[in-house]
Ligand binder design. Structure first.
Ligand SMILES: Cc1ncc(COP(=O)(O)O)c(C=O)c1O
Length: 400
């Protein structure tokens, strides 16, 4: 593994010279290289894709298609046909939730967990209207999932298991590989919310063997406006598109239509061309660094932050200490988490997230903190010095 100069790569992110950014789980910063690639599209070959025979349209189509290949390689998919560009993780999950039909009353259960972001929770709850039964897997008080608890819930009635790979509140890595294997043994499908894992740890969907994965470009150095839905090849013909229209068909007559192959089949209308090309550049950037290096760097920072916060008397830190990415949730018991975030911005120029992080079931039922938590989330551009400043600032705020 080539060692990287993480100090040097900060030059690619002009914002880090102005603030200490610790809110990457909400949205990461974007390096110059990605912005330049997007600018190139607008300045040099701005045209629609898959529509024109002229040179600009051809170039835009090639670059847009190339982005599918890059993402496929990055997550270890079999082919670019398995990569569908959506707006974000939320849309990718809704895509599958929308396509699921109750075709067999003997298989009418969906399992999700108390750990989930609302994006991987509400779309399944909503399916109760279609007659599905939603079962909820409860983590331990520190947010870890026990396989034995999962085995108590799954059965031959389970149609789909929808679970996050990494908690956006606690940062812990969920044992999804084991869960997928068990799901398949029971004939159930498995959807993985990869919004907080794909930006931080090496991912191989083929090895993992999930049926679907959802992720967001804006959390992995890409621009906003593009997400990914991975659909395993064997399901491509079974999944009903979420939207229909231009670009999705092979033929249309006055009373019928024939859909074309994936990914066009699923990407109706003008797609997010510039964001997808930007995501391709973000994937190049992360690949150049190496995801093993990303994880190692983050673990170093995150261990320091976790230990530092845990040693402060008046601070509660949530989640396990190990097997996690750089997300740390905490509270100073007498203060509202929003106040902690505001003071941190005012006194130390540090940007963190506060509140329920779109994970109210976890906040209410597991952490028992309905006001939420303060959350620091770290990425490749953060440094040991920044983490030390953060710990010192929290020490000061805890004395308020
Ligand atoms: C685990 C998880 N899932 C889903 C989402 C939703 O992502 P988006 O807002 O990009 O759709 C987030 C966003 O924070 C997340 O952390």
């Amino acid at each position: 593994m080539i060692k990287l100069d993480f100090e040097k790569l900060r030059e690619d992110f002009p914002i880090v010279s102005k603030v200490i950014y610790m809110d990457s789980a909400a949205s990461s910063l974007t390096p110059r290289q990605v912005i330049e690639e997007i600018s190139r599209y607008y300045l040099e070959y701005r045209a629609n894709v898959h529509r024109g025979v002229h040179r600009l349209s051809q170039e835009a189509s090639e670059k847009y298609e190339l982005a599918h290949f890059k993402v496929a390689d990055f997550i270890g998919a079999n082919s670019e046909r398995e990569i569908i560009f959506t707006k974000n993780t939320t849309e990718s999950i809704n895509f599958i939730a929308n396509s699921i039909e109750l075709d067999n009353r003997n298989r009418n259960e969906i399992i999700t967990t108390y750990l989930e972001h609302h994006s991987n929770f509400i779309p399944w709850l909503r399916l109760r209207k279609k007659g599905f039964i939603i079962k909820l897997l409860k983590p331990k008080p520190d947010g870890t999932i026990e396989i034995a608890d999962f085995e108590k819930l799954i059965s031959n009635k389970t149609k789909l298991v929808a679970v996050t790979h990494v908690s956006n509140v606690l940062g812990n890595v969920v044992p999804v590989e084991e869960m997928i294997k068990i799901s398949h043994n029971f004939g159930a499908l498995c959807l993985i919310d990869g919004a907080q894992s794909v930006p931080h740890i090496p991912i191989n969907v083929k090895k993992m063997d999930c049926d679907f994965m959802a992720l967001s470009g804006h959390k992995m150095l890409g621009p906003t406006g593009v997400g990914v839905l991975y659909i395993k090849e064997e399901h491509l013909n079974d999944v009903e598109p979420f939207t229909f229209g231009g670009g999705t068909i092979e033929d249309v007559s006055i009373d019928s239509y024939k859909l074309t192959r994936s990914p066009e089949r699923f990407e109706a209308g003008t797609p997010p061309i510039a964001p997808a090309i930007g995501l391709g550049a973000a994937v190049d950037y992360l690949t150049k660094i190496g995801m093993e290096n990303v994880l190692e760097h983050e673990n170093k920072l995150s261990n320091l932050a976790f230990k530092g916060l845990s040693e402060i008397d008046n601070v509660e830190v949530y989640g396990p200490a190990e097997n996690k990415v750089g997300i740390i949730s905490f509270n100073i018991p007498n203060l509202n988490p929003h106040d902690v975030a505001l003071v941190l911005d005012n006194i130390a120029n540090i940007m963190i997230r506060s509140g329920h992080h779109c994970a109210l079931p976890l906040m209410k039922e597991i952490l028992k903190r309905p006001n939420g938590t303060a959350r620091a989330s770290l990425y490749i551009y953060n440094t040991i010095e920044e983490v030390k400043k953060f710990i010192d600032a929290i020490k000061e705020i805890s004395k308020i």
